[in-house]
Design a protein around this ligand. Structure first.
Ligand SMILES: O=C(CO)[C@H](O)[C@H](O)COP(=O)(O)O
Ligand SMILES: [Fe+2]
Length: 238
């Protein structure tokens, strides 16, 4: 008897993500959150490759946003887009199952508050999500080296996590360059203060997943804003 395995509607999209290619993921943090679905759909229609959803718990960072119930509602309305949750939370292990249940594609968590990083990575994988490892500006990049082989992406924060609209920290670029030099096929994401004026620094250092919040949200022509980010990254990708 042939056993039918149910198909993930986003399977092709997910498997295409394993190569180093340019991905632009707007952050909806500073959008009109009362209109979350329309804002998200508008960003996807404007050329976004994925949605970057900032989850904050008020403990790991001094701000509070939304959790899995909101992400699940959004997923019901947007079944096909790639969802990354940026987990700025004190206990990332706690939210793995609920986020997997909300059909999140990639679970990106900060390693700083975690005692057993390999265990969290394993649980994320077992739940069927991809793994992103995030570090704050003050965390040295070599701290994550031992976990990189088992991750799908590393996120280098270019602001202190917690709020949108902050100034880009150019001095994080050596971390990105070190990663790109040592891990040529790694997906490297930057997040915080990234826009038309700072994208070239990120692209030149080797970032290929680009989170941009206010620079895209506040731009009257979001399509143009996303296309500017993409062109810069593509210029530097070999
Ligand atoms: O994780 C974040 C803040 O902690 C956000 O993703 C980030 O700040 C995006 O917004 P902006 O581009 O306006 O800085
Ligand atoms: Fe973020």
């Amino acid at each position: 008897m042939k056993i039918e395995i149910s198909q993930n509607p986003r399977k092709d999209l997910v498997s295409n993500m394993s190569h180093v290619k340019c991905m632009i993921g707007p952050s909806i943090l500073n959008s009109d959150l009362s209109n979350l679905y329309n804002e998200s759909q508008n960003l996807l229609d404007s050329g976004a490759d994925y949605l970057h959803l900032d989850v904050m718990d008020g403990t790991f960072v001094p701000n509070l946003t939304f959790g899995h119930p909101v992400v699940k509602c959004l997923r019901n309305k947007i079944p096909k887009a790639f969802f990354e949750t940026h987990m700025m939370v004190q206990n990332p292990e706690q939210w793995i199952e609920p986020m997997a249940d909300a059909n999140v594609d990639q679970y990106t968590f900060h390693i700083e508050p975690v005692n057993n990083v390999p265990q969290v990575i394993r649980k994320i994988k077992e739940s069927g999500m991809k793994v992103g490892l995030a570090i704050k500006p003050k965390t040295p990049v070599d701290v994550i080296s031992e976990y990189i082989e088992s991750a799908d992406l590393v996120l280098i924060m270019t602001v202190e996590p917690g709020f949108g609209g902050q100034k880009f920290m150019q001095d994080m670029m050596p971390k990105v360059k070190w990663l790109r030099d040592n891990y040529p096929t790694l997906n490297i994401e930057v997040d915080g203060g990234v826009g038309a004026n700072t994208i070239d620094d990120c692209a030149k250092a080797g970032a290929n997943w680009i989170v941009s919040g206010t620079a895209v949200i506040n731009c009257p022509d979001r399509k143009q804003a996303i296309s500017t980010l993409k062109s810069s990254v593509q210029k530097y990708l070999s």
